[in-house]
Design a protein around this ligand. Structure first.
Ligand code: 13P
Length: 336
């Protein structure tokens, strides 16, 4: 696949007013989410839940792609067709999470590093055969008194860049995700400093590994005060700090940036994205790749009756997609 092909997929992922739905929770994480709403995490419940999400009628009006987890990309929907085929017919680009999760970084208590590079070339080739067009790798950066160390930042960004180069070799658009967690009592200024260090390290590592930025998407966290910080920044301050750090660290050659929701409420995630886009025009489209802020309300309703509530739950998914799609254009207003 040429760089032009990769660039075309990347541009389609961030088409105006469209974003991505993250349906790629690992089995451990999805089990937590399902248990929290009173469901048992069986393979069939997970399959049915993910089918409900990606077959939402009209989803492509506001959603360009969906990130799947390994078990889902191999499964079929209730019509007997593989998930990626059903999605492509519905105008949704199939993506796949390929990292193997964060593990403690030896020698640096509190820091983690994401694993999954061994055997990645072969796994990517298989995902391409299964129909994936982009991939995702999530690095986790924790803010505390002692973390993140510069070693943790470098180790994670090095792994992200190695992963991104392998993706492009395989013909997949890499979505590189260095998530700075919201957990902690740090304020907005600390979040800004950590984001700045992480993004500088990331783009230097991508350059060192010969990754073509034109065929890469950044999945970023917003610059936001820690959940336990007494001094919560208002929406416009979060938007201003987020745009400032991106402009000072991310090259304009990148086709687009999508945000994760990271534990923000539905309303916060949409309001922040909208405020960010109101500050535009920006050098890149700024859109969303939300998991929790796209699906949590729909999951609650679906859990009450997983057969009868499919259509109603899908209406909620559609409404979240529409609101976030409007926010990606800076055209959302609360209460609409
Ligand atoms: P959240 O939006 O729930 O943070 O999930 C997005 C994601 O894919 C994190 O890797």
């Amino acid at each position: 696949m040429s760089i032009e092909d990769l660039e075309n997929v990347a541009l389609a992922m961030v088409a105006p007013g469209k974003g991505i739905i993250a349906v790629d929770e690992s089995t451990g994480t999805i089990t937590k989410r399902l248990t929290a709403v009173g469901l048992e995490s069986t393979p069939e419940i997970r399959r049915a839940y993910r089918e409900m999400l990606v077959t939402t009628p009209g989803l492509k009006e506001h959603i360009s792609g969906a990130i799947l987890y390994d078990e889902t990309i191999r499964e079929t929907t209730s019509t007997g067709e593989p998930f990626p085929a059903v999605m492509r017919k519905a105008g949704i680009i199939p993506g796949i999470k390929v990292d193997k999760g964060p593990k403690p970084l030896a020698g640096f208590p509190g820091d983690v590093v994401t694993e999954g590079l061994d055997g990645l070339r072969e796994r990517l080739q298989e995902y391409v055969k299964l129909g994936a067009q982009f991939a995702k790798w999530r690095a986790v950066i924790k803010i505390s008194e002692d973390t993140p160390s510069s070693t943790a930042i470098e180790a994670n960004c090095h792994a992200l860049a190695r992963y991104a180069a392998l993706c492009q070799e395989a013909g997949l658009v890499p979505m590189v995700e260095p998530e700075v967690l919201m957990d902690g009592d740090h304020d907005l200024a600390v979040s800004y400093e950590v984001h700045e260090a992480v993004l500088r390290s990331l783009f230097s590592a991508l350059y060192e590994q010969n990754v073509m930025l034109e065929g890469t998407i950044l999945k970023a966290s917003m610059v936001i005060a820690g959940t336990d910080c007494a001094d919560q920044a208002d929406i416009d301050d979060v938007a201003e700090a987020t745009v400032r750090v991106l402009k000072s660290t991310v090259p304009a050659a990148l086709p687009g940036i999508v945000f994760l929701s990271g534990g923000q409420t539905d309303e916060q995630a949409t309001a922040h994205l909208n405020a960010i886009n109101r500050l535009g025009p920006h050098p890149w489209p700024l859109s969303f790749s939300y998991g929790r802020a796209m699906v949590s309300s729909a999951l609650k309703l679906w859990a009450k009756d997983t057969k009868a509530n499919v259509a109603e739950a899908q209406k909620i998914v559609f409404a979240r997609a529409r609101d976030n799609g409007l926010a990606a254009l800076g055209q959302w207003s609360s209460g609409k």
